[in-house]
Design a binder for this molecule. Sequence first.
Ligand SMILES: [Zn+2]
Length: 256
Amino acid sequence: MPTTPRVWAYIDETGDRGSGPNSSPVFGMAAVIVDDLSAPELRSAVTTLRTDFGVPAGKVMSWKEHVKNHDRRKRASAVLAGVPNLHVCYVFAVKNEVDPSSYICDPVRFYNFVALETYRSVAGAARDLYGTDARLWTRYGHVRGHDHNTTDAYIRRKSQTDERIPWHMEQGLRWVSADKYLESQAADLYGGFLKAAIWPSGEFGYTESAYLMSIWHQIRASEHCVVPHGLRSMPDTGLVAKMEWFPCRPCPKIPS
Ligand SMILES: [Zn+2]
């Protein structure tokens, strides 16, 4: 008897849910999906980067604190790009495109909605890659001040009434602190690769897509395209195709 595939998803958010002038232009999540074979490879890659960047034992490596310059970002994307059989799903909302009276107006709803859309991508990827018998453990990064029980209940309720979401694979959603799994630190860095590409920053407001391009082959693709199941922009899946670095042109999934 072949053993049942075991799949883990680690999810971290990027940006904030605020709407003021100092808040981020996007809010999104990065999900890293690994199996029995790729999980140890990913942990090894994270350990390599922790050593490279001199992260002290017991401290969580993060994009914000340890991966600030181009060399380090290039190194992080190169090392993670080499992890085989790893799949990434991104979901992000472009705030100024979202109807201000919709989910964006309430931080809890905003988080829950993005978390659900991310879950939809993750569970669909796990099913398509590993089959409906696979078991999935989904681990979101813990967010201070947010009651995750509401998100758990929301995703559970939505998934049980949406036959497109293979909820039976899920072994229990968890919200975990960043120091619990090395893989969560990778999710933070993958979030950084997306952030660098879509979020103008620094003195001159440049974006940098090189890191995202390095790991592009790991973004979950179906029918030869990462849109929308591996890379979903909201409210419109076509928004990401308008970004100047978008490499899939013309994109068959996006009507021109
Ligand atoms: Zn495409």
